[in-house]
Design a protein around this ligand. Structure first.
Ligand code: NA7
Length: 541
């Protein structure tokens, strides 16, 4: 037996959300490896464990917000609304774990704080928060794309005497009912909180830095007939999802916005506004909303006109109307702009009237008003993509830290592996596809399963993405992003939401279908970028 085989585990998976659960299932039950998943949370579910804020829901339609691989469960699991709320998604993921008896190999309440690669033995040594070490031949990081909370250090933040909460760590027993609530942040999370909390809070004060383009979600009940039709069509549905660009279950438009008449453009925008869903509005109306200035402006003008129509107070409408490109993650909500017509909702534009400080009683703005609050919600997002990596002590070949390796920007080969970190695979790593996340996770997990399977068959103890392949992939992602208007907008998509972090490409923006094909090509060629197509003796050299 070689040294590399004398590890505690064949494979250690960090994370027990959508990605970790499926990875564990494939490695343990299909490859027969001794594998375990670790998660710092007291329960499985990842994002859907932690994000329990009011209104938390997925904006992917229910019929595809699930795994495609458990075909029996697709037939059995019922639903009755177009989208799922957080408790339903968590219940689903818990049911998957129970059904496949994965719980016995998921270690909860255990944070892997350090993972260090041992060059001589070709294994990873992982250390938990209490100092326990576990060694493994393969390491799979299923850390989540949006897990490391952005918690801005606003002056006086810790002096607040009420309840201060980040949406990504919402206590299960915290309710806003009857409370004076303040909210900082109007991304997709903040908008969901606004819609939900306004209905039960005594008063809601929204501190808005950037106005948002939000289209209706079209949420509502679905009938049994619709559910049955989805069930009968699942093979086609998931093939369409995984070959499309954004993976949201609709066919992206191929029509340039300016190729049709003004009247037709308005008709298409209105039709999709009525159907609902943010990704559909951005990618299903016209082919070039995210790439053409004119097309983008047409969509912006349409949404801005809707804000004027919906919002009663012209001054509030003015503040709600974005002036930037419609080129961030597209949002959708039920009655977002309508919410600002409620008597118990106040909008404060902190671009115009900045927060001076957080006080023991609430939030003081530059105009001298102290907004008194019982609860202050930080819906301020996450250090996306690499935040969960750089908070860890993660060291690859020759002691190289992930912070050193990614000092300019987080990089990868195909979003799943990075040079100098052998036998480590990332699910939702940097420069993976910009798309609906569960199908992207499945595509990546399936690929990681395949490369580990091939490595095991080849007796290859060490596999590592070649530096040249990684450099090429980074350049590809950069070039594709530069054709889009997303590249001209600051948001978490480019890491630009974190003070001090530079705007860097973090996604492959040519679509899930194209991405999946590239992964398939690498596998079909015998994984040349990993040296797996050569003799085992040369692998990893
Ligand atoms: P986002 O989309 O990053 O939104 C964060 C919001 O917080 C956004 O409105 C920010 O304003 C605001 N923000 C961040 N820092 C500050 C400070 N210091 N002061 C005031 N306002 C601030 O995070 P979400 O959680 O909503 O969504 C993340 C993803 O999770 C989402 O796209 C889904 O895919 C799931 P800004 O726009 O930067 O001016």
């Amino acid at each position: 037996m070689s040294d590399t085989q004398k590890a505690d585990l064949d494979a250690l998976v960090i994370g027990a959300g959508f990605a970790g659960i499926y990875m564990l299932r494939r490695l343990r039950d299909e490859l027969g490896l001794d594998a375990k998943a670790y998660d710092s949370a007291p329960g499985v579910g990842g994002t859907w464990y932690w994000n329990r804020y009011p209104g938390a829901m997925s904006d992917t339609e229910t019929y595809i917000y699930r795994y495609s691989w458990d075909k029996e469960m697709l037939q059995e699991w019922d639903w009755d609304t177009r989208y799922l709320n957080q408790p339903d998604i968590l219940r689903y993921l818990e049911a998957v774990v129970e059904r496949h008896d994965l719980g016995r190999d998921i270690v909860l309440n255990t944070s892997i704080d350090s993972t260090v690669y041992d060059d001589a033995r070709g294994i990873w040594t992982c250390t938990t928060q209490d100092g326990t070490t576990i060694t493994a031949r393969y390491l799979v990081t299923a850390l989540g794309l949006l897990s490391h909370k952005n918690y801005p250090d606003i002056k006086g933040r810790d002096s607040f005497q009420g309840t201060l909460v980040h949406t990504g760590a919402w206590p299960a027993d915290l309710t806003v009912d009857g409370k004076r609530v303040g909210l900082i942040g109007t991304g997709s999370t903040g908008c969901q909180v606004i819609c939900a909390a306004s209905k039960t809070a005594q008063h809601l004060t929204v501190f808005q830095r950037s106005a948002q383009y939000s289209v209706p979600s079209g949420n509502g009940p679905v009938d049994q007939d619709y559910v049955d039709r989805c069930r009968a069509d699942y093979d086609r549905i998931f093939e369409q999802v995984k070959t499309s660009a954004v993976g949201f279950g609709f066919d992206e438009s191929t029509v340039p916005a300016m190729s049709v008449s003004e009247e037709e453009r308005q008709r298409v925008f209105q039709e999709n506004w009525d159907i609902g869903n943010g990704f559909r509005f951005m990618f299903g109306t016209f082919a070039d909303i995210a790439t053409s200035e004119d097309a983008n402006k047409a969509a912006c003008d349409f949404i801005r006109a809707k804000i004027d129509e919906i919002v009663d107070d012209p001054e509030t409408a003015r503040k709600l109307k974005p002036t930037e490109y419609y080129a961030r993650r597209p949002l959708c909500n039920k009655d977002y702009y309508e919410t600002f017509n409620r008597d118990n909702v106040t909008l404060v534009s902190i671009r115009e009237n900045p927060i001076t400080e957080i006080t023991p009683n609430g939030v003081l703005t530059e105009d001298g008003v102290e907004h008194e609050l019982d609860i202050l919600v930080f819906a301020t997002g996450f250090e996306a993509v690499d935040g969960q990596y750089t908070r860890m002590d993660l060291r690859g070949r020759d002691g190289l830290t992930i912070q050193q390796h990614w000092k300019d920007a987080p990089t990868s080969y195909l979003g799943v592996a990075t040079n100098s970190f052998p036998n480590m695979f990332m699910i939702t790593g940097p420069n993976g596809p910009f798309s609906n996340i569960p199908p992207a996770i499945e595509v990546q997990v399936d690929w990681v399963y395949e490369i580990i399977k091939q490595a095991e068959a080849a007796g290859a103890p060490v596999i590592e993405a070649a530096k040249g392949a990684e450099d090429g992939w980074t350049e590809t992602c950069r070039e594709i992003a530069s054709y889009t208007l997303f590249d001209k907008s600051d948001s978490w998509i480019f890491g630009a939401n974190i003070p001090g972090k530079r705007h860097a490409v973090q996604f492959y923006m040519a679509g899930l279908g194209a991405y999946r094909q590239l992964l398939a090509d690498e596998a079909a060629a015998g994984f040349p970028a990993f040296g797996l197509d050569r003799a085992p003796a040369t692998v990893g050299v």
